[in-house]
Design a binder for this molecule. Structure first.
Ligand code: DGJ
Length: 748
C-alpha cells in the first residue's frame, strides 16, 4: 500500500510505503529534499509522527540553505543524494555539462504521482504483477536541477505480499545542452545510527568455487562489492546482505538489496559520521560515461529491497516469494522443472549421433525426462577454439542433422535440449569471416580473446536480429524444449562501432535483454537455463528470461552445499540447478559417495551430469531409485519453504529442511562433515514444522524409522535425533516427514 501523507492544503508531506510487514517512509524536508526516515519493520505513520521524524537532524556542517543553519545535508538521509553540495558522503548521481564541465547539481522536489501500472523502463527489467499475490503499487517523485535542466524521477514499486520495495531512477535532459552522466545509481539509503553494528554477508569466489559466503563485521570507511567484468560475475551476485550481529537462520534483523542487472555493478556501504550507514548500488560508475542530449532519457537498473526481523529465513522467504511471483516469467513460476541429463561431463566434445542416442537411452532408463546436448554439436567444433556463431549441426558428428537426433531422443520418451552460446563468436567461424565488424572491440586496439572467443555487439539491432532468427530457427527445426544459454568470457577491451566505451558495456546488457525479450516472446514454451562458465552471471536481471541457472561447474558436494546455501538466500531453489555427477569429481578430483552427491543436489533443481554407461549395475540402480524418489518429492523440494540448517561456509554438517506451505509434509536432507571420525548420533532442530501436528519420520536411506510418530513441538524444540551408521564418505541421508493431527492436542 502506498499512502500519501498530505497537509491541510492537500500538499504532499510524505509517503508511507507499507506491505508484507515492512514500512518504507519518505518525507519532504524543507519542501525540496526527498528523504527517507525508516526502512524496516512495519509501523504506523501519520502527519504528527511524520513531522517528528522529518525534523532535520541538527549538526555541525555546511548550511546549504542560506536562510537556515539548523540542519546540514551531511546528516540528511536523502533518497538520491548528489555531490558538490553539503552531503560529503558518496552520491547517487554525478553529471556534468558536456561543454563547460561540472556544475554543482542541486535538485529540488517538483511533484509526485501514483502510477496506474508498471512503467516501461527503457528496456531494463522491472517486476511484473504476480498473480494471486496481487498487483504492485507504484509511486514516482520528480526533482529537477534548475541550472542544467536535468530532471530526476524516483520510482518506487511495492510488492504486496512480501513487502519488497523496488527502486530505480530516470533522468531526462530538459535543458539546452548535452549532459554527461558519470554516475547514476539505482538507489541510496541511510540506516540511522540507532541501527548499531552490522555484519556484511558477502561472497567471494571464482570459476568452480563460486559464492563462498563470508560474514564480517563492518567498521569505519566504505566497502564496495562489484563487478567490472561486463557480467555480474562468479564471486558474487549483485546483492548486498546486511544483518545485525549474531543473525542466524531464525533470529536477527536483516536487509537485502538485489540489483535487477547483469553487467558491471557496485553495491557499497559506508559509515556516516553520525554512526549510521549509507547503502548504495547500481551501475558501476567507473565504467559509465553516458551522453544525454537535450530531450533524451536514461533509466537506471532497478533494485529490489527486502527486510526481515526474524532472521535470514524470513528475509529469504520474502526474497523467494518476490522472485517467484514478480520476476520469474509467470509460465515458469510454479512449474515443476524436468529432471535432465546434461551431456557435458559424459562426453565433452567427443560424440556422434549413435553415442548420443545411446547416452539418451541410458538417461531414459535411469528416469531422466530431458536430454541436453551440450557444447560441440555445431560448425566444425571439436574443441573450444572454433565455430561459435555457426549454429548449424556439425556435419561430421551429426550427419543427419539436429532434427533427426532430436526425433530419436524423443522416441526414447525424453524431451530434447540444446547448449548454445549466442553472445560469443570464434575467430575461426563463418560468422566472423562474414561480419568481422560485429564484434565488440576498441578502436585502434587489437581484439581481446577469452576462451578463444570474441563477443558479438548486441547493442546493434542487426546482430540481435541475426541471433534471434538463428535461435528460433533451431528451436523450430529440432523441436527444442530447453536451451542452456552459456557465456564463457568477461568483457575486456570493449567498445562498439555504434557507441563509445563508456556506453557500449551498458548497451550490451540492454541488447541482451532485448534479444532475450524477443526470444521468450517468440518461443514462450522454451525453458531457458542461464549459465556463464558455471555461475558467472546469476542475477535477478535475468530471472524474467532464464527460468533456472547453472550455479557452478563444481558439483563436488562438499563445495556445492555451501554454494547452494549462499545462492538460496536470494534465489528460489527451483531456479538453481544442481546435478548429480561422477566420482572422482571432474573439478576437484575428490571421491565421494553417491548418497552425498545426490542428497546435496536434491536441495536444488535436480539433474544428472554423468555418463550412465560408466556406472556399475549397483550404482545405476541407486541412481534410478534416487530419481524416482526425487520425482515423487519434486513439487515439495522445488517449491517448498527452505531452511538452511548447516553452518554457512565450508566444513560442518550440512542440512536442508524443506517444508510444504501448510506444514504437513517435509523433507530433510543431511550430509556429515566430510572425513569426520567418530560421528556419533546427530540431533537437528527442525524450524518450520507445526507444533500442533505429529510427524511420521521415514528415510529411503535408513531402515527402522517410522514409529512412533514424533510431535512437531519436540522436533521444533529438541530436534530429530538419528544414528547415521556406517556408509560411504561423506555420510548423507534423506528423511521424509508426514504429518497427522495430534490426538487431543496433548503434546501441543
Ligand atoms: C561452461 C559450462 O559451465 C559447462 O557446463 C559447459 O556447458 C561448458 N561451458 C561448455 O563449453
Amino acid at each position: 500500500m502506498i499512502e500519501p501523507l498530505l497537509g491541510e492544503a492537500g500538499e504532499a508531506r510524505g509517503w508511507h510505503l507499507r506491505a508484507g510487514g515492512t514500512s518504507y517512509v519518505l518525507a519532504l524536508c524543507k519542501g525540496r529534499y526527498v528523504v527517507h526516515h525508516h526502512w524496516g519493520s512495519a509501523m504506523a505513520v501519520d502527519l504528527p509522527s511524520l513531522a517528528r521524524l522529518a525534523a532535520p537532524p541538527e549538526g555541525f556542517g555546511v548550511a546549504d540553505d542560506l536562510g537556515d543553519r539548523s540542519y546540514s545535508l551531511n546528516r540528511l538521509p536523502q533518497d538520491y543524494p548528489w555531490p558538490l553540495g553539503g552531503d560529503f558522503r558518496s552520491p547517487a548521481i554525478s553529471a556534468e555539462l558536456v561543454q563547460g564541465g561540472a556544475p554543482a547539481l542541486d535538485f529540488a522536489y517538483r511533484g509526485w504521482r501514483l502510477l496506474p501500472g508498471i512503467p516501461d523502463w527503457g528496456g531494463l527489467p522491472l517486476p511484473h504483477d504476480g498473480g494471486p499475490e496481487g498487483p504492485l503499487e507504484g509511486l514516482e517523485l520528480d526533482l529537477e536541477d534548475g541550472l542544467t535542466g536535468l530532471r530526476l524521477s524516483l520510482l518506487y514499486l511495492v510488492a504486496p505480499a512480501t513487502g519488497v520495495i523496488v527502486r530505480a531512477a530516470r533522468l531526462e535532459n530538459h535543458g539546452k545542452e548535452a549532459i554527461r552522466i558519470r554516475r547514476a545509481l539505482s538507489f541510496s539509503l541511510d540506516l540511522p545510527p540507532s541501527t548499531g553494528d552490522l555484519d556484511l554477508w558477502a561472497t567471494e569466489g571464482a570459476w568452480a568455487r563460486e559464492r563462498q559466503l563470508e560474514p564480517r563485521r563492518l567498521g569505519p570507511g566504505r566497502l564496495e562489492l562489484g563487478s567490472r567484468k561486463g557480467v555480474s560475475g562468479h564471486s558474487s551476485s549483485p546483492v548486498l546482505l546486511l544483518a545485525t550481529p549474531g543473525t542466524g537462520e531464525e533470529w536477527g534483523e536483516a536487509w537485502a538489496a538485489s540489483l535487477l542487472y547483469s553487467g558491471d555493478w557496485i553495491l557499497g556501504i559506508e559509515r556516516s559520521e553520525d554512526g549510521g550507514w549509507r547503502l548504495q548500488g547500481g551501475l558501476h560508475p567507473e565504467l559509465l560515461s553516458w551522453t544525454l542530449a537535450p530531450g533524451e532519457t536514461f533509466h537506471t537498473p532497478a533494485v529490489a529491497l527486502a527486510h526481515g526481523e526474524r532472521g535470514l529465513a524470513e528475509l529469504s522467504d520474502r526474497l523467494h516469494g518476490f522472485a517467484v511471483a514478480n520476476l520469474l516469467a509467470p509460465r515458469w513460476a510454479r512449474q515443476d522443472r524436468p529432471v535432465l541429463l546434461n551431456s557435458w561431463e559424459a562426453t565433452y566434445f567427443d560424440f556422434d549421433e549413435d553415442s548420443l542416442v545411446d547416452l539418451a537411452g541410458q538417461a531414459a532408463g535411469l528416469g531422466a525426462e530431458l536430454f541436453v546436448l551440450d557444447d560441440g554439436w555445431f560448425g566444425d567444433r571439436v574443441d573450444d577454439k572454433t565455430s561459435l556463431g555457426d549454429w548449424q549441426a556439425n556435419p561430421l558428428k551429426l550427419p543427419s542433422g539436429l532434427a533427426a537426433l532430436a526425433g530419436k531422443v524423443r522416441a526414447l520418451g525424453l524431451d530434447f535440449g540444446l547448449w548454445i552460446e549466442p553472445e560469443a563468436v570464434s575467430r575461426k567461424s563463418a560468422l566472423y569471416r562474414e561480419h568481422p565488424d560485429w564484434v565488440l572491440a576498441l578502436e585502434g586496439r587489437e581484439e581481446a580473446e577469452g576462451r578463444n572467443q570474441l563477443v558479438l555487439d548486441l547493442g546493434r539491432p542487426e546482430v540481435r536480429d541475426h541471433l534471434l532468427s538463428a535461435i528460433v530457427g533451431l528451436v523450430e527445426e529440432a523441436g527444442i524444449a530447453y536451451l542452456k544459454w552459456d557465456m564463457n568470457r568477461p568483457l575486456s577491451r570493449v567498445g562498439s562501432r555504434t557507441a563509445g566505451p563508456g556506453e557500449a558495456r551498458h548497451r550490451q546488457v540492454l541488447g541482451l535483454y532485448a534479444l532475450l525479450g524477443s526470444l521468450t516472446k517468440a518461443c514462450p514454451g522454451l525453458l531457458i537455463e542461464g549459465c556463464a562458465g558455471g555461475g558467472g552471471r546469476l542475477d535477478w536481471g535475468l530471472l524474467p528470461y532464464f527460468a533456472q541457472f547453472w550455479l557452478s561447474d563444481n558439483t563436488d558436494p562438499t563445495w556445492r552445499a555451501p554454494m547452494q546455501d549462499a545462492a538460496s538466500l536470494f534465489f528460489p531453489p527451483l531456479a538453481i540447478t544442481a546435478h548429480l555427477s561422477a566420482s572422482p569429481n571432474h573439478q576437484t578430483g575428490r571421491v565421494t559417495g553417491l548418497a552425498a552427491r545426490s542428497r546435496v543436489a536434491m536441495a536444488g533443481n535436480f539433474g544428472l551430469e554423468l555418463d550412465p554407461r560408466r556406472l556399475t549395475a549397483e550404482e545405476a540402480e541407486a541412481v534410478r531409485k534416487d530419481l524416482s524418489w526425487y520425482r515423487s518429492h519434486r513439487r515439495l523440494l522445488q517449491q517448498g519453504i527452505h531452511r538452511r540448517l548447516g553452518r554457512p561456509g565450508p566444513g560442518g554438517d550440512w542440512a536442508r529442511l524443506v517444508v510444504a506451505p501448510d506444514g504437513r509434509r517435509a523433507v530433510l536432507l543431511w550430509m556429515a562433515t566430510p572425513g569426520r571420525p567418530n560421528q556419533g548420533s546427530v540431533r537437528l532442530r527442525l524450524p518450520g514444522l507445526r507444533p500442533d501436528l505429529l510427524y511420521t519420520v521415514t528415510s529411503p536411506d535408513l531402515a527402522g524409522l517410522g514409529s512412533p510418530a514424533i510431535p512437531g513441538s519436540e522436533l521444533l524444540a529438541r530436534g530429530l535425533e538419528f544414528e547415521p551408521g556406517p556408509g560411504p564418505e561423506p555420510r548423507a541421508l534423506a528423511f521424509d516427514l508426514e504429518a497427522t493431527p495430534l490426538a487431543g492436542n496433548s503434546h501441543g
